[in-house]
Each structure stands twice: as structure tokens, then as C-alpha cells.
Ligand binder design. Structure first.
Ligand SMILES: [Zn+2]
Length: 213
């Protein structure tokens, strides 16, 4: 009933506006009419508002923030990413900062890896040290074009990664897989591409691939 009334009112107002001569454009009456007409149109969201509206309402605020940070740090369109390489650092200690210093000491312009995962599962980004994902890495000679390099702190010839480390690794790999539309077989251990022990015998690459979403 209400809808019908509105329609009727709209028709009346439109007719009044288009009758010509009756309404002087810019007169207070014309302004009042156009205000009334505008009111009947539901407010439209701008494109920007639509883009900014979170679609995944089921996520808690915390996990939503974490997810967007990972995506923001790992996803870019400047480079064509087609695979990822998993490394260990062959050292039980260290951080993105100490690796950055070591790699710069070799004459490189920044840390060679795009991502470093510490024993407690903290994810550090090469971006914070001058190696964003948009910049080619220096982690797997001959295979740096089109790849993202991820290193876990540890010598996995001797020890094993912590559960926290593996959890973060899966978060990183699944985000890369999702954002760049990669299949499981695009995730390699360094030793599958080059003659090296990296990332250590205690890393089962096949199992990691199978566990990806
Ligand atoms: Zn390696």
C-alpha cells in the first residue's frame, strides 16, 4: 500500500515538474519538489564503498586483520608469480634482520628471501628490509624469476620445524596459492630445484604440498 502511494506521489511530482511553465526552475517550489523526488530514491553505494565493504562477515575482526595483512604483503601484480620455493636458513638462530645484514655483506642489495618464519611462528617480510614480493628475490640461483622465496629459521638436517613455524608456513603458502591461483605442485623445496640439502631432510616437501588447501 505504502509502495503504491509512493509511486502515485512520484508520478504526481514528476508530472508537476515536467508540466513546464508551472514550476519555475530554481524557484523554492522547484527545489522542494526535487528534494522530495530525491528522497524517494534509495541511497546508492558508490563503487568505492562497495569495494571497501568486507564480504567475509563470518571472520572475527582479528583473523580478518591477519588475513588482509598476509594478502597485502604477499600479493602484488608487478611480477608474474608462478611458483614458490621453501628454504631453511641452516642456522638455529637468526631473524630477517640478521639475514638481511648477512646478505648485504655478500654485496646483495637486501635480504634474498621474501618471507622469513621464526621458531615461534612470527612471519617477517623481506619488504620491511627492501625485498618486497614485487622485487625479484635472491634465494634460488636460476629460479628467482617468477618465484617467491620463503625461509624458516632452523637447520632441518638436524632439528625439526616447530608446530608454530609449520602453521605459519601453511598460512603463507595457502595465501600465495590462493592469490596467484597456483596448484600444489608449484611449491618446491630448494633441493628439488638445485643441488642442495635445503630445506633439510626433516622437511617433507611432498607432505607439505599434500596438506595445502
Ligand atoms: Zn635454500
Amino acid at each position: 500500500m505504502r509502495k503504491r502511494n509512493n509511486l502515485t506521489r512520484r508520478n504526481f511530482l514528476t508530472t508537476a515538474l515536467t508540466a513546464g511553465g508551472v514550476v519555475v526552475m530554481g524557484s523554492p517550489f522547484a527545489k522542494r519538489l526535487s528534494t522530495l523526488l530525491r528522497r524517494e530514491t534509495p541511497p546508492q553505494k558508490t563503487i568505492q564503498e562497495q569495494v571497501n565493504t568486507p564480504q567475509r562477515q563470518g571472520f572475527s575482526e582479528k583473523s580478518y586483520r591477519e588475513e588482509t595483512e598476509l594478502e597485502r604483503k604477499l600479493y602484488q601484480t608487478e611480477r608474474d608469480i608462478s611458483f614458490a620455493v621453501i628454504h631453511h636458513t641452516a642456522s638455529e638462530r637468526g631473524s630477517a634482520s640478521s639475514i638481511d645484514q648477512a646478505h648485504r655483506a655478500r654485496g646483495w642489495d637486501a635480504i634474498g628471501y621474501h618471507v622469513v618464519i621464526s621458531k615461534d611462528g612470527t612471519i617477517e617480510y623481506g619488504e620491511d628490509y627492501g625485498r618486497p614480493v614485487s622485487k625479484q628475490g635472491a634465494h634460488c640461483k636460476g629460479k628467482n624469476v617468477g618465484s617467491i622465496g620463503i625461509a624458516m629459521i632452523g637447520n632441518f638436517e638436524i632439528t625439526s620445524p616447530t608446530q608454530a613455524q609449520l602453521d605459519s608456513l601453511y598460512q603463507v603458502l595457502n595465501t600465495i596459492k590462493d592469490k596467484y591461483h597456483l596448484t600444489r605442485d608449484k611449491f618446491y623445496g630448494h633441493r628439488e630445484l638445485k643441488a642442495t640439502l635445503c630445506p633439510g631432510k626433516n622437511i617433507n616437501i611432498k607432505e607439505i604440498r599434500e596438506n595445502l588447501k
